[in-house]
Design a protein around this ligand. Structure first.
Ligand code: GLN
Length: 544
């Protein structure tokens, strides 16, 4: 029987509920329990796939091809449990399914209503796919009091009655602000938030109080009294030195102990935190540092490249170095050529990340060229690999080389699969059930060439599986001229038709990948491509 932990937020948004859920999951896991974490998003988009990265941060893609909220990335990085489509639901998806059923006549003429139809669908989602999990953590997006989250709160309230008495627990994350002028911590916002939650029929069992200043005993007792929880269940959650310090810190404050107690479990094994202590040690005690430039488009908002940012840090942990990331707007290189060298020269590694659209593409191509000519470690991811191929083609004499994503071109080095694949190739792929034209999403295999640089990086593997999110592919008609120019296609789709990885043997470290390796990197298990890239950057730092 899976136990359910419902996590809600109060007072303000941006309290780090996702990180808190991920940390609680990691702590329960460290005690030997099997966990899964789910996200309920109250907005009306069916999924975040079409939302701007500026608004919503990155879209996190799962193995099974779902485009999900970036919090699922936190969950996966902290627990190592692969997220699935069935771990993220939005109001949009609930309503879409209900309306489709209504149009089909499945409701047999009944009036379709928020209660019970929407709430039933939410409950069904929460209860689906329980497997042999000990705990399923459900994070509700937004803040208590939001109109759009009401059906989710109602579904939780009902579930708390329908499941066994010791099978559910409510954790409420709040803020205890510090008023500098008065020199005081204020508990009133927490009291109001708990009252709001109680008015929806949900009494929290554990309060996680985010604060910038230590919570004195008296304030803790006051919150306990006014919010109707025991004092030990008021957990102070002070700002941590880094996200990697959060699980251990929350454990010290008693979060997991109190959660287990709420379920009546008092004999759980102590958590094995060795993994987290090691991660923290590597992060907090680096033996050197490197500076990596990320030449992209959404550089104004770091959440837009959340997993990438994390994977670079993990690569640093693998090498025990601090990674300084310089976010560079590719467009600035299009305005003044002279800027390129001064911006890129101080870097020990250049990374061109995934992206969509033409804006900044010439700046990205110029960055590839700089990295290639100056022999600076280069890592191209998705769009970054496509730019590396276009740069190679232009160097090979195809001056018009481009991607059809940017408009019509006489040299479609990158294009939609039907635009460049032969009829025979298309037939083969259609028989295999994979035709382009829409996004290629989720995990796909790639075959690595023996004795290539990447097969070494992947520890001698001949087949790998990585996650994709793109519509365009490198046109295999250009493989031959590109190989003559020095690029090696060292990873291909298993049928040999789609380029997956390119590298340059005459360069210290030059790798382009059509997939997103950053989505699978974890602090305790850094992705080999990022570990290798940072290692190369470290060597570069010794040269300059
Ligand atoms: N825009 C490119 C494509 O759709 C690359 C996508 C990406 O980098 N994720 O193929």
């Amino acid at each position: 029987m899976a136990r359910y932990i419902f996590i809600t937020g109060g007072v303000v948004s941006s309290l780090g509920k996702g990180l808190m859920a991920a940390s609680l999951g990691a702590l329960l896991q460290a005690r030997g329990y099997k966990v899964r974490i789910r996200k309920f998003d109250p907005y009306l988009n069916v999924d975040p796939g079409t939302m701007s990265p500026y608004q919503h941060g990155e879209v996190y893609v799962t193995d099974d091809g779902a485009e999900t909220d970036l919090d699922l990335g936190h969950y996966e990085r902290f627990t190592g449990v692969s997220a699935r489509q069935s771990d993220n639901i939005t109001s949009g998806r609930v309503y879409r399914d209900i309306i489709a059923k209504e149009r089909r006549g499945d409701y047999l003429g009944a009036t379709v209503q928020v209660i019970p139809h929407v709430t039933d669908a939410i409950k069904e989602f929460a209860l689906a796919d329980q497997g042999d999990h000990d705990f399923i953590l459900c994070e509700i997006g937004g803040t208590v009091g939001d109109i759009e989250s009401l059906p989710f709160m109602e579904a939780i309230r009902q579930l708390r009655n329908e499941l066994e008495p010791n099978q559910t627990l409510s954790v409420h994350v709040t803020l205890v602000p510090y008023i500098a002028a008065a020199g005081e911590l204020k508990t009133k916002p927490t009291q109001h938030s708990v009252r709001e939650l109680a008015s929806l029929g949900i009494k929290p069992d554990v309060l996680l109080c985010r604060a910038e200043h230590p919570l004195p005993d008296g304030e803790r007792q006051k919150i306990a009294n006014f919010c109707n929880v025991r004092k030990q269940a008021v957990i102070p959650a002070l700002d941590a030195s880094s996200i990697y310090a959060v699980p251990v810190q929350y454990h010290k404050e008693g979060l997991d102990t109190e959660v287990l107690r709420g379920f009546g479990i008092t004999d759980a094994p102590e958590p094995d935190l060795a993994r987290w202590n090691d991660v923290l040690d590597r992060y907090e005690n680096p033996e050197g540092e490197v500076t990596i430039g990320v030449v992209g488009k959404y550089v104004g908002l770091q959440d837009a490249y959340k997993s990438l940012n994390e994977a670079l840090v993990h690569g640093g942990m693998a090498n025990r170095v601090k990674v300084n990331i310089r976010w560079i707007d590719a467009e600035i290189f299009e305005q003044d050529e002279g800027d390129i060298a001064s911006a890129l020269e101080p870097l020990h590694g250049i990374l061109v990340p995934g992206g969509f659209g033409e804006r900044g593409s010439e700046g990205k191509i110029a960055s590839v060229r700089f990295a290639r000519e100056r022999k600076v470690p280069f890592f191209g991811i998705c769009l970054g690999m496509q730019m590396a191929c276009i740069e190679g083609a232009r160097t090979a004499g195809f001056d018009a080389a481009s991607s059809t994503e940017f408009g019509e071109t006489s040299e479609p080095v990158v294009g939609i699969i039907e635009e460049w694949m032969t009829a025979e190739g298309l037939e083969t792929r259609e028989a295999g059930g994979d035709l382009g034209g829409t996004m290629r999403l989720g995990a796909y295999d790639a075959k690595l060439a023996g004795n290539s640089h990447v097969s070494q990086i992947y520890d001698g593997a001949s087949m790998i599986s990585e996650r994709h999110r793109h519509r365009y592919e490198v046109n295999s008609a250009y493989i031959e001229p590109l190989e003559k120019q020095g690029l090696v296609f060292s990873g291909m789709s298993p049928d040999g038709l789609l380029p997956e990885i390119v590298e340059r043997p005459d360069h210290p470290w030059f790798v382009g990948v059509q997939f997103h390796p950053e989505l699978k990197s974890k602090p305790f298990d850094p992705h080999p491509l990022f570990a290798g890239f940072i290692e190369a950057a470290l060597e570069q730092s010794r040269l300059v």
